[in-house]
Design a protein around this ligand. Structure first.
Ligand SMILES: [Zn+2]
Ligand SMILES: [Zn+2]
Length: 241
């Protein structure tokens, strides 16, 4: 039987053997924060504000130092607000192994944070930060996880609250030992997401649109549910609170 969950209470947890995901938070305009564990590997997805606090509470310093990869879906503050504090904490705690940040091509926010961080701490960094800009990248191997990024459609309002512009935005499929988790990030209803969420062992689908009228920013609950139920299990996240 398929199970569906609407995120009324965080954290949301899912696991199959040694492949697990913890959604600590996902509230539009506030924060997202997700931990993915695959065997001994720790990945962070969309480190919004509060991620360091949540990681400290849930996994502690040694496991935080073990984070090897950060996957960013897009540059909105509710998805990257915790990057600076995470990078700084890793420095203070003397991380030795390198860290890779994967992000969509055109995401100025990540590159700006990285440049500012290196500008401030460049000579005093205990670990190497690698940037992996995802343009036409088809596949990433991170530890033993096979990651397929895919394009989604997401927009933001300009100053007057009427005009919009596109935001570089991607979702990710993570496969480990024949189990697959699909995370769409922020997106409107789009075929790429429909295709990628189908038959996933877990799909994490945003339903950030208030009301029932579809738009170019987020999905309505109904749209998100339609996609979610094409997977074996799903979480609906990013629901306005
Ligand atoms: Zn968002
Ligand atoms: Zn967004």
């Amino acid at each position: 039987m398929k199970k569906g969950f609407t995120a009324s209470k965080y954290p949301l947890r899912w696991n199959k053997k040694d492949f697990s995901i913890h959604v600590y938070c996902s509230i539009p305009n506030i924060a997202t924060g997700i931990l993915l564990k695959a065997g001994n590997a720790n990945f962070i997805i969309d480190p919004g504000d509060g991620i360091l606090r949540d990681l400290n509470t849930n996994i502690g310093t040694q496991e935080i130092l073990n984070i090897s990869d950060i996957f960013v879906t897009h540059g909105h503050h509710d998805h990257i607000g915790g990057v600076w504090s995470l990078l700084t904490y890793l420095r203070v705690m003397n991380k030795k192994k390198s860290l890779t940040i994967h992000y969509p091509d055109g995401c100025k926010e990540i590159e700006s944070i990285y440049n500012a961080f290196v500008n401030v701490y460049g000579s005093y960094l205990s670990y190497k930060i690698k940037l992996n800009k995802i343009g036409k990248t088809k596949r990433i191997i991170a530890k033993k996880v096979v990651v397929f990024p895919f394009n989604v459609i997401h927009k933001e309002y300009l100053l007057n609250g009427k005009e919009t512009r596109s935001v570089p935005a991607i979702g990710y499929n993570f496969t480990y030992k024949n189990n697959r988790i699909c995370y769409g990030g922020d997106t409107t209803y789009c075929e790429e997401l429909v295709k990628n969420a189908k038959d996933a062992d877990l799909a994490i689908i945003e339903a950030g649109q208030e009301g029932e009228t579809p738009d170019e920013m987020h999905m309505t609950l109904k749209e998100a549910y339609t996609i979610g139920k094409s997977a074996k299990e799903f979480f609906l996240v990013h629901v306005p609170e």
